[in-house]
Design a protein around this ligand. Structure first.
Ligand SMILES: Cc1ncc(COP(=O)(O)O)c(C=O)c1O
Length: 369
């Protein structure tokens, strides 16, 4: 058998993310209403030539740049944010370099970094999933070449202030600092353009897989200082974003109302689900994203199984750092939230959760962020 690079040989075997199961998919933070009808209309108009020929990325990249208020030299379209993360690690890391991650966080960071042969230094979060700024900055040294932070974070949904992120970038001027804003539309705060304001080593990743409901089309954005983005672009394959996705992106960008309306549904649903969980004495992380991380406790496996049996898929995060017993539940469109709440009301008593009265719930529900 051929030998892969040493850093690749030490990666765990690939595991399929199990997307093809039947049921209401509240396990991968997708938009459960799908894409905008305008995107669907564009898809239906595609011709044989749209699919038969290579399509260049650049005109749509320019459109994306202007949508974000940036220059096209500052923007790279990617095959999902996942590819952006991969290219980022490939560009900035040599074997033996160090990369800092605050855990728990998005698992793809680990795979993309480890594949380069760089060493991952995991900085555990504080109690209650708080952000460990002091310990993170204490870990910065001359070998630190990359820091990746999801904001809002996945799987917790927690956020870090822009000042804190800027402080990290300032304290690690020789490291490429990636802020993964996959859930930006739900949070509303961004570090986009920070590289123009004295933080040339800061980058932002975005995705069309979440609020835009285009996970299957695979589109992401990597943005940063033009000279740095130029280096990442060298690593990119010429047709990394497929022709169908490129054809649909203008329609997606044009229908801001669709995303706004969906985000509203998710925000409302998130608070309803938080209250329902609190009614059963289950607490959650404060979340600014399209999901809640719920502290189900020792019965987490039975909980996931029973939800699954009722046709609602949720994601046990017990293997993530500090997440033993915690289950991530995506929030979807209003009618899916109703279905979720109904299933929770059946399953939680079955695993031994006790029902609380309204006045006790008010005490338990975290104040709005
Ligand atoms: C923080 C974060 N970044 C990136 C991604 C992946 O996005 P994409 O589908 O664009 O690859 C996800 C998806 O779960 C995510 O949670």
């Amino acid at each position: 058998m051929l030998k892969a690079r040493e850093s690749v040989r030490s990666l765990p075997a690939y595991q399929s993310p199990l997307v093809a199961r039947p049921g209401l998919r509240l396990d991968l933070n997708e938009n459960t209403a799908g894409c905008s009808p305008q995107v669907l209309a564009r898809l239906r108009e595609l011709t044989v030539n749209d699919v038969g020929y290579y399509r260049e990325r650049e005109p749509i990249e320019a459109l994306m740049a202007s949508h974000l208020g940036l220059d096209s030299t500052e923007v790279l379209l990617t095959n999902g944010a996942d590819e952006g993360i991969h290219l980022f690690a490939e560009t900035f890391l040599d074997p033996g370099d160090e990369a800092l991650l605050v855990v728990p966080t998005f698992v793809t960071f680990e795979t993309s970094i480890a594949a380069t042969g760089a060493r991952i230094v995991n900085v555990p979060c504080e109690a209650n999933f708080g952000f460990p700024l002091e310990r993170l900055t204490a870990g910065i040294n001359p070998r630190t070449r990359l820091i990746a932070i999801a904001n809002p974070n996945n799987p917790t949904g927690t956020v870090v202030s822009g000042e804190t992120l800027a402080e990290i970038a300032r304290r690690a001027p020789d490291a490429a600092v990636l802020i993964d804003e996959a859930y930006f539309e739900y949070y509303g705060k961004t570090m986009l353009g920070s590289w123009r304001r004295g933080l040339p080593n800061l980058f932002v990743a975005r995705t069309f897989s979440k609020a835009f409901g285009m996970a299957g089309l695979r589109v992401g954005v990597l943005a940063g200082n033009a000279e740095h983005v130029d280096q990442i672009r060298r690593v990119t394959t010429p047709f990394n974003v497929n022709a169908v996705a490129l054809a649909c992106l203008p329609a997606a960008l044009a229908d801001a109302g669709y995303v706004r309306e969906y985000v509203e549904q998710v925000r409302r649903g998130r608070e309803q689900v938080r209250r329902e969980l609190a009614r059963w004495n289950v607490s959650c992380c404060p979340s600014e994203a399209a999901f809640l991380l719920a502290n189900i406790g020792p019965s987490h496996e039975a909980f996931v199984r029973k939800m699954d049996a009722r046709g609602v898929l949720v994601h046990d995060r017990s293997l993530d750092y500090g997440c033993e017993g915690w289950v991530r539940i995506s929030i979807g469109k209003t009618e899916h939230t109703a279905r979720l709440i109904e299933a929770l009301g059946e399953v939680l008593p079955e695993i031994g959760a006790t029902c609380w009265r309204d006045e006790e719930i008010s005490r338990l529900v975290a104040p709005p962020n």
